[in-house]
Design a binder for this molecule. Structure first.
Ligand code: ZN
Length: 495
């Protein structure tokens, strides 16, 4: 009995000893002056909001890679110029002209929207298919014809439902062999403004070798709140449709993730990696606000996230942890989580060796006594994060805005989908309130509007969490029953 107590106290002393050591090592490198320097540079007007594809985001990438170099972070095998992973993106610009003629009536361009299709010039017969539901399409052969349907469902006309239904109808029409789909919007005129906003402009995506956006299929929406077109197509003598959609343009956008690594010190555990990640892009320059400021500096979103990674890199390069560390700064998060998706599809190191992804993304804060970790309770590393936060006078709380679906809205989700436990460490917020809205994706998200005493605690909590997780003999994992628990088992057991 006594012997057991003795062993137990040895273990406790040993454990506290490590924790204290990690606390001291954290304090050694996390400095307010360093933090400020990084953030004031990354969120400076000169970097013009770091939009993916802009020359200024490349300056940010260079700054981050040379900082890795200065800290003694090693290049990852396979990276170009030492610290870059090229991410080939392509911007698709909507055809500037499209038109629809029904019989001899030209549809007013103001009442016409293009959802799909490019480089099309065709004249064809139409088939009216009611709301275009599953039962309407059953066993229908529409080769060489155009399917015309009513938008939404009889009982669902809110804009979200109309959008979702549209994708399903488009799929059905394609499967039935139709040349294209025309949807008549006969209800809820208020929706039209929303739709116009969503369908204009350009889309950025990952460049795929096999991609051919010209399947020849089109989906056009027609504003028909007086039901004139509906009457015309329901007529016995059906008019011919003439569709003209000009070519779309594709522009290649060079972009890159910035990556670096530090090998672990433990002969066994060094085969396991903890990823520290954040996106470094933001949304660039837009219309000036009331103060005449047009630059979206992105100090909170996401210079702060970048600095969590840089703080961990500085600490771990100087005093490596037992597990190896992989640092990744993603491009094109704001374009739809593209940099992280590309990385998980083209990893530089085997994904099954990545045991944890500690991501950071930020919108703003409204409580400087806490750090908000989206997914805190979803991994077994919760205890370390709570302890680390407490050490620096903060309380770690879980996502307070579950309904926003934040876990699935940042880069961490691409890793989670592969099975890698991946929470997102964020500045303290208790709700998505006006204080957050003041800065979130606003021109006012400037470096001089932040509290650097709080930030020092925040970054210290991140670095200490990182050190505790990377030094723990127990490998972190999803808590049982989590949505991604099985994906995790599949990733690590198969290999
Ligand atoms: Zn962000």
């Amino acid at each position: 009995m006594k012997k057991n107590i003795l062993i137990l106290s040895f273990l406790l002393i040993g454990f506290c000893g490590f924790a204290q050591n990690d606390e001291a090592l954290t304090r050694e490198t996390v400095q307010k002056s360093t933090i400020k320097g990084h953030i004031y540079f990354l969120a400076s007007d000169e970097l013009r909001g770091r939009e993916t594809g802009s020359p200024e985001i490349d300056i940010a990438a260079k700054y981050l890679s040379t900082t890795f170099q200065r800290y003694g972070v090693a290049p990852v095998p396979g990276a170009t110029e030492g610290y870059f992973q090229e991410v080939p993106l392509v911007k698709t610009i909507t055809p500037d002209a499209y038109s629809l003629k029904i019989g001899d009536r030209v549809v007013d361009p103001e009442g016409l929207l293009r959802l799909e299709g490019a480089n099309i010039d065709t004249k064809a017969e139409i088939v009216f298919m009611n709301y275009g539901l599953e039962k309407d399409f059953e066993d229908k052969k529409l080769a060489g014809k155009i399917a015309v349907v009513l938008a939404g469902r009889e009982d669902a006309q809110d804009w979200r439902s109309v959008f979702m239904e549209s994708a399903a109808k488009s799929k059905r029409a394609k499967e039935a062999g139709a040349l294209g789909l025309v949807e008549l919007h006969t209800q809820s005129p208020d929706n039209w403004i929303q739709f116009k906003r969503f369908t204009g402009g350009s889309v950025v995506g990952i460049k795929r070798e096999e991609e051919s956006s010209n399947s020849g299929f089109f989906n056009l929406w027609v504003k028909d709140y007086d039901s004139n077109f509906q009457k015309a197509v329901s007529d016995k003598k059906k008019p011919l449709f003439e569709v003209l959609i000009s070519k779309e343009m594709q522009i290649e956008i060079p972009s890159k993730n910035v990556v670096g690594m530090v090998e672990g010190t433990d002969p066994e555990l060094k085969n396991e990696y903890v990823i520290y990640s954040a996106h470094y892009d933001h949304i660039g320059v837009g219309k000036p606000n009331a103060e005449g400021d047009s630059i979206y500096n992105g100090a909170r979103d996401n210079a702060v996230g970048v600095v969590t990674v840089m703080s961990a890199a500085e600490s771990i390069a100087k005093n490596p942890t037992k597990r190896s560390a992989l640092f990744i700064l993603f491009t094109a998060e704001e374009k739809g989580l593209l940099g992280s998706r590309y990385y998980t599809e083209n990893p530089l190191l085997p994904l099954e060796q990545m045991v944890y992804c500690f991501n950071s993304d930020n919108g703003g804060y409204n409580d400087t006594s806490i750090a908000t970790i989206v997914g805190l309770g979803r991994t077994t590393a919760e205890k370390h994060i709570k302890e680390a936060a407490e050490t620096f006078g903060l309380t770690a709380i879980d996502d307070p805005a579950g309904e926003q679906g934040l876990f699935d809205r940042s880069d961490n989700v691409n890793f989670a989908k592969k099975g890698i436990p991946a929470p997102t460490f964020s500045l303290g917020f208790t709700a998505f309130d006006a204080e957050i809205g003041k800065y979130y994706h606003q021109q006012a998200d400037n470096p001089e509007t932040m509290d650097y005493d709080y930030l020092e605690k925040f970054f210290s909590a991140f670095v200490l969490s990182a050190r505790l997780i990377a030094n723990d003999s127990e490998t972190p994992f999803w808590t049982e029953g989590d949505k991604y628990y099985e994906a995790g088992k599949a990733l690590y057991n198969e290999n």
